[in-house]
Design a protein around this ligand. Sequence first.
Ligand code: ADP
Length: 402
Amino acid sequence: MSVANIAEAVLVLNSGSSSLKTALFVNREDQPIATCLAERLGTAEAVLHWSNEAGKTTYELTDGSMAEALAKVVELVEAALGSLAPLVAVGHRVVHGGESFGKATLVDEEVAAEIARLSALAPLHNPANLAGIHAMRDRCPAVPQIAVFDTAFHQTLPEHAYLYPVPKTLYQAHKVRRYGFHGTSHQFVSREAVKVASLPADDHGLIVAHLGNGCSATAVVNGESRDTTMGLTPLEGLMMGTRSGDVDPGLLSFLADQTGKTLDEITSMLNKESGLLGLSGLSNDMRTVSEAAEQGNQNAQIALDVFCYRLARQIMALTAALPKLDALVFTGGIGENSRLVRKRVTEHLRVLKIEIADERNADNGKSSNHVISPEDAAVKVMVVNTNEEWEIANQSLALLEK
Ligand code: ADP
C-alpha cells in the first residue's frame, strides 16, 4: 500500500520477557501491513524480524534490550507509514487485568501502577507488558497507549463460576478466584461465529474452544463470557501443549513427598513438561504428535486420546453455563487446522447432539470461517480463524472514538 493512502494506523504490541511481537494495521483493515518478531531479547543473540509484502528482513540488535527493539520497531513503522503522523494508537496486550479492568483502557500513571500491582497474579507477564508500555510511551509520548487485557472478557463470569470452594478469606485477602485468559480471542471469535451462523446478537449460546499452544474453552451467552476453563492462572482446565490442565490438587504434596521436588519445581513441571509433551514424550506440537500417532506411536496415540477426551468433557461441563447450545466453535492453530482433533472431540459429544459432516471437516488448512456440521444439525459446529492482534487494534480504535 502506498503511504499516500494511509489515513490511520494502529500498532499492536505484545511484549514478553524475552520476545516482542508487533502488528501494524492501517485504514481499519483486519490484516496487518507489517509484523515484527524480536527474539532472545536480553541476550547477545537478540534479533528482530520484520515482515511485510516485500518479504522478511532480519536485523541484529546491539544491546538486545526491549528499549532497543522498540526503537527499531518505531523506526520501521515510521518508514512504513511515511511518518508517525497517521499512528493514532498503540494497543498493548496485557495478560492480567485482575478485577480492575473489564475492558480496554487508556494507560495513564494510575493504570500503569495498577498493572504493576497486578503483577502478583502474573509475575512473568505483567512486568514485561508494562516495560513495553513504558518504552513505547518514551518513544512516542503523543500517541495514546491502550491496554487490552487477556482477562477482561471474562469479568462477566458470575460469582458461582469464579469462586473456588476454598475459605472465602483467600478471595478477600489475596483475590484468589478464577479469572480466565485468551479473552481477546474468545471475544473476537464468538462475535465472528454469531455472524457466520446468523445467530441473534441477544439470543445465543456458544462454546468456543481456543486450541493453540495454550488451550481454553469458554461458554458465551449473548456476547458475554459466562464460564471458562482457565482459572487463577492459565494452568487450569484443558490439557495443552506443555501444561497439564486440571489435575488432582493433592498431586502436589504427593509428588513433593515422593520425589523431594520443591513446589516451584513441581509447578514448573506441570507448566512446561506436561500436556502433549509429557504424555507423548515427543513434542508439545500437535502436528508432530498427530503424525506420530498416525504412524502407530502408542504414546502419541494416548496423548491425542487424552487431549480429545478431556476437551470433550470440559465442553460438556461448560454447557451448564448455557441456557441453550447453538454452536460449538473451534479456533487457534489446532482448532483451525486439525480435522483429526475436531473429529475425535465431537465423537465424544454425541449426547449433546453434536456431529460433524466429514466432507465439511476435511478442509485441514487455513481457510475462511466455515460450518462443519451437517445442514440440519441441532448444534452448529464451526471453524473460525482467530485474529487477536486485530481485536486489540479494533478495541483500541473503539476506545479512542468514545
Ligand atoms: P499459539 O498459542 O502459540 O498462538 P497457535 O495458535 O499457532 O499457537 O497453535 C499452535 C498449535 O497448532 C501447535 O500445536 C501446532 O502443531 C498446531 N497446528 C498448526 N497447524 C496444524 C495442523 N495442520 N494440524 C494439526 N495441528 C496444527
